[in-house]
Design a protein. Sequence first.
Length: 321
Amino acid sequence: MDPEQGQDERTVSELGEFGLIRRVTEGGSRARSTLLGPGDDAAVLSAPDNRVVATTDVLVQDVHFRLDWSSPHQVGRKAVAVNLSDIAAMGAVPTGLLVGLGCAPDASTELVDGLAAGMWAEAETVGIDLVGGDMATSPTLTISVTALGDLQGRPPVTRSGACPGDIVACAGRLGWSAAGLAVLARGFRSPLAVVGAHRVPEPPYAAGPEAAEAGATAMIDVSDGLLADLGHIAEASGVSVDVRTDWVEVPQRLSEVASALGANPWQWVLTGGEDQALVATFPEGGVPAGWSVVGRVGEGAGVTVDGAEYEQQSGWQHWRQ
């Protein structure tokens, strides 16, 4: 929406399905990977590698976000970021986005404009487009984003390649989103750096392809918690992983927030999700610059902390009672 035209006070039902689709998908610059953008039955993207990496995430209001905690713009950015981090975790670079949106008929166009602006803002950080999507009536605000990526000639970095003797390293922040969630749940809105980390994650997009180039043997993004996601690597690779707390940094800001809330910052760092950091395994001596060593891969199975089983819940799972 052009701000010079004033605020559009229509609802999405007044705007109509196709007007809503145009409102979300139009307005960004055309990326080189977009050969045919929105407006036809399907978009057409270039695939120079002859392979396409694809991933989808669904965000549901009051499960993944709350509009009294986050603005529509922040929710839009988060919806894109959680998908692009999956592309990076495969060692790929993003090429395009498809968006599905379900909302109530009386939802305001202001809400949709905010979501779309946030999606475009995050997409533009990696130079890609929203190339298409679909809209549907839904009693609950639901956002589904499909991200596509290009491996640029490299093999994908899967969860199943870790080997005993490999080094475990992380790129990006750990525990910040969980700390922000704890702050918001107590009714506070500051410190802004911590709360902002929950509202909008900052995945290290470039670190994924860099890890692939460096010879990463396995990789995953930290969406459910460091221990939980390392558990996926351990299971898929048939190995054990030991996280060393003397190698993991707890930022001073998180320690201060934990002290104020009577919480344990280690719980946030080890089990907090939604920072969308990347964690990967590398051969000895192969960890690239910008990655922090946090543990080792060994024989056996499962994930331990300092050689012992972690006693508390290791991360987020849907439907767990």
